[in-house]
Structure formats: structure tokens, C-alpha cells
Design a protein around this ligand. Structure first.
Ligand code: ADP
Ligand code: MG
Length: 322
């Protein structure tokens, strides 16, 4: 549905977006994740045709955005980082205005009513936008993006500045949109992406550094899982017994937790589950397990590690040049 090929954008010497390529299938919800300044907005502005690329192409449902802009743009609903609202208009007047501007060919009153219902702003329809809270304004921006039922919805940091309840509402809205639309939304908050998306692309310094199913990202990059234990017994007995389990990569003793117990961290191979073996190994040695917790790397950890590693790499490169 959306095909991005070798997309690059330079601002003078700065490469804001550096040769990125990806495809989004119909009905997919893609999270575009990266720290501030990573190049998310620049990429979205190029995908939606608001900004021309320095090189590379964007195709929406087979139509290249710069060659057939009208056709390609008619397939996209876009909520930019700063929603294009006319704050002196009422919600309804604004949506009618955008409906005409977009030349939507649907029954006007009915469609606007439907969209307002979807984002839950029917009650606010006669209110002037400047008197609305940030959360409601964002929903008006959302409604604007949905006018004409475009198959592709692109949202740039749609939850920034909203309170936790509003964030949950917007997330649910995104999820429900995913049933009928292809959705790409950006965020610098990992938990948000993992809660909402099927797939995540991590961008840092204008480059894609990870592209994975949300469910896979937590482990893809490390190749190991972790188990955290509190066990009663002689430390050498505990570590010896655990390290004999075939899938175990490393056992390390952490802090003492009491007279005869301590914390242990176990790293083991992915695609295995060593909890039962740990239980029996400890039982055979008369060591009581007081606590066992799988300490897998969270998406948050993975994100930090991947982006930090990327920055370190870049720093090294710069040093190398000097
Ligand atoms: P994000 O949306 O991920 O925070 P942006 O796409 O806004 O990132 O910005 C990416 C990089 O491009 C940043 O380093 C930013 O300073 C730079 N940049 C963005 N817009 C412009 C512009 N109009 N002129 C010069 N540099 C820009
Ligand atoms: Mg941005």
C-alpha cells in the first residue's frame, strides 16, 4: 500500500533522512519510533507529499507521490505534528471547510457526522475550536485526517501533550482504524508503539536501525533471555547447578538478600524456557527458590540499547574521519 524507496532528505549539509526504504501492507499498523530529531516528521512530510525528497521515491497504492500528487494524496489522511486547524471556526464549520477543500465525494452532512462520531466530538460540533482543550483539538485534527475515508492514515506524534486518559483514547482509535485502514504513526514513546502497533520501525539519525514485528523486537537484537532469582543456599552450589543447564549462557550472583539467600541473574538462549530445569536443579541441591522472575529485555531497553549503540557507532565514525 505504501512503498518508500531510498528516501533521502538533506537540509544543506544535514542529512535529516538518510536512504530509508520500507513497505507497509494494507491493513497494517506501523509505528515509526525514534528520539526527537531522528527524522520522523521529515519522513512523514515526504510520504504525504508536503515536502519533496532530495532523492528516492514514495508510492501510495501504485501512485508516485510527486508524479501523480492528486491521486496519491487523495488516498492519504494526514495529521501533521501541528494540526492545521482554523481555530476561529466551529468544529463542524472547519470539517465542512476541509471536506470541500479535499473535494470529498460523499454525502457531506452524513459523512461529517459519521467522522465526528468516530472520534467522539459530536457533542463539541458547534463549539469554536480555540475554546477546546488540547485533547479535543487533537481529535478535530484526527477527524480532518479521516475525511473522505482515505485508505492510508498517517499521524505524526498524535499523543504528544495529551493526558493519560486522552492518550488511551487516541490509542484505541488508532487500533480501531487499523481494521479498515493502513496506519503509520510516529512516536518517541516506546510503550505507546508496543501497545498499538503490529510492527515497528526504529529510526535514529535519519536511518532505519530496526524493523520488526512488535512482538519480536524485545528479543531480536540480543539473542538471549534473562531470569532473575532469589535462592537460599551456598552460592557456589547454586551457580554450579544452574550453569549445568544446557541452555544457560551465564549465571552471576547479585546482592545478598538475607542470611543464606542471594539474588542471581541467569542469561539463557532464546526460544527456550529453563524455569522447570532451574526448579529441579535447585530442588536436587536442597536450595529453596524464594523468587523467580523472567527479566527479559523490554522494548524500552532494546530501544535504548539500539539507539545508543547507533550513536556510539556514529561517534566512532566521526573520530575515525578526524
Ligand atoms: P523528528 O520528527 O524525528 O523529531 P525531524 O524530521 O523534525 O525529526 O528532524 C530531523 C532533523 O532534520 C533534525 O536534525 C532537524 O533539526 C532537521 N530539520 C528538520 N526540518 C528542518 C528544516 N526545515 N531545516 C533544517 N533542518 C531541519
Ligand atoms: Mg517530529
Amino acid at each position: 500500500m505504501v512503498e518508500v524507496t531510498h528516501l533521502t532528505k538533506c537540509y544543506g549539509d544535514i542529512k535529516a533522512v538518510d536512504d530509508i526504504s520500507f513497505t507497509v501492507e494494507s491493513g497494517e499498523i506501523l509505528g515509526f519510533l525514534g528520539p526527537n530529531g531522528a527524522g520522523k516528521s521529515t519522513t512523514m512530510n515526504m510520504i504525504t507529499g508536503y515536502l519533496s525528497s532530495t532523492s528516492g521515491t514514495v508510492t501510495i497504492d501504485g501512485h508516485e507521490i510527486l508524479e501523480e500528487p492528486k491521486l496519491a494524496k487523495s488516498k492519504i489522511g494526514y495529521l501533521p505534528e501541528i494540526p492545521p486547524l482554523y481555530i476561529d471556526m466551529t468544529v463542524r464549520k472547519y470539517l465542512e471547510f476541509m471536506f470541500d477543500l479535499k473535494k470529498v465525494r460523499l454525502p457531506k452532512d452524513e459523512h461529517i457526522k459519521e467522522v465526528m462520531k468516530l472520534v467522539r466530538i459530536e457533542q463539541q460540533s458547534e463549539r469554536v475550536i480555540k475554546h477546546l482543550s488540547k485533547g479535543y483539538r487533537q481529535r478535530v485534527g484526527f477527524a480532518q485526517a479521516l475525511l473522505g475515508n482515505p485508505p492510508v492514515i498517517i499521524l505524526d506524534e498524535p499523543t504528544v501533550g495529551l493526558d493519560p486518559n486522552q492518550i488511551i483514547e487516541i490509542r484505541n482509535l488508532i487500533k480501531s482504524l487499523g481494521k479498515k485502514h493502513t496506519v503509520i504513526f510516529s512516536s518517541h514513546v516506546l510503550s505507546e508503539v508496543s501497545a498499538t502497533c503490529d510492527r515497528v520501525i526504529v529510526i535514529s539519525n535519519g536511518k532505519i536501525i530496526a524493523d520488526a514485528k512488535t512482538s519480536e523486537l524485545s528479543v531480536v537484537s540480543s539473542g538471549k533471555q534473562k531470569l532473575s532469582l532469589i535462592v537460599e543456599g551456598t552460592p557456589s552450589t547454586v551457580t554450579d547447578a544452574i550453569s549445568k543447564i544446557p541452555a544457560v549462557i551465564k549465571v552471576s550472583k547479585g546482592q545478598d538478600m538475607g542470611e543464606n539467600s542471594a539474588k542471581y541473574m541467569v542469561e539463557y538462549q532464546t526460544d527456550t524456557d529453563i524455569r522447570r530445569e532451574v526448579f529441579y536443579a535447585m530442588a536436587r541441591n536442597n536450595c529453596a527458590i524464594l523468587e523467580m522472575q523472567s527479566g527479559n529485555e523490554t522494548l524500552e531497553d532494546a530501544f535504548l540499547r539500539i539507539t545508543n549503540a547507533d550513536q556510539t557507532k556514529n561517534k566512532k565514525k566521526v573520530r575515525g574521519v578526524n
